[in-house]
Design a protein around this ligand. Sequence first.
Ligand code: R5P
Length: 302
Amino acid sequence: MRKYIFLAGRANPALAKEIATELGICEGAVALKRFPDGETAVQLLESVRQQWVFLLQPTSPPVNENLLELLTLVDACRRAGAERIIAIVPYFGYSRSDKRHGRWEPITASMVAELLQVVGVAQLITFDLHASQIEGFFHIPVDSLTAVPILYQALAKQLPADVVVVSPDTGRVMMASQYAQLLHTEVVVLHKQRISGTETEVTQVVGEVRSRPCLIVDDMISTGGTIAKSVKALLEAGAAPEIYVAATHGLFVGKARNQLGHDSIKALWITNTISPPASNWPQLQVVSVAPLIADAIEQLTK
Ligand code: R5P
């Protein structure tokens, strides 16, 4: 078994603690602060020389701060002589900027991939990327894990037998098919159109939902708009007022909680790739990715 150090930024301390417990190790010591002008200040408090370093930091909101903290930690490790730096980024921020929609736009996911590699990341572990082709922005190994099986295990026993799986847009058809295969049911696809940067509408329900309970699956819930519009479209198409939601990454920004407060949403499953909301939310169930990450670390250091 290869020796390694496990470090974490400040984006998801609870997940870092769980992973360390799973592995039976202590987290490496780092000082993480902010200078009075807002600049990021990091310092390693132990040697990483000639060691493999696993560095956990989802680039969840505040995205830019968490991203910069990750980059500075990687830089510190590289300058301190780490042999190999493996970034564990369970939620990869900017993943939705994976192509240009207009001529004068950046492809920010590609730029973030470049930044990570330039500072010294030698391998990336991540979960349910918004688009699997993001892996192609990297020329280092990418271990792209999925939370679908662990979410399935959590939700399967709680779903009615006649449930249909709903993909809220064409981008999620593959994920919906994975859930449908596990649940032995059909997939319904919603045709989502973007009205503006923040607003979408569902123009068509492709498949039969009449009187059926629905499980909407997605890679992430950000403002909750996609789920809210999907619920509305499904109910208008005659679905039973019994809707379930499963998503890997729960960002819950802005008024997401209100958007997801519809009476017909009976349960909502997410993982802890991002620190889950602390507030009392009886429908919300959180499944931990810590065992999967611990297992990945063990496999890589065997
Ligand atoms: C979009 O393509 C994604 O897969 C999600 O459906 C979307 O980003 C969720 O965002 P929101 O919750 O703000 O609608």
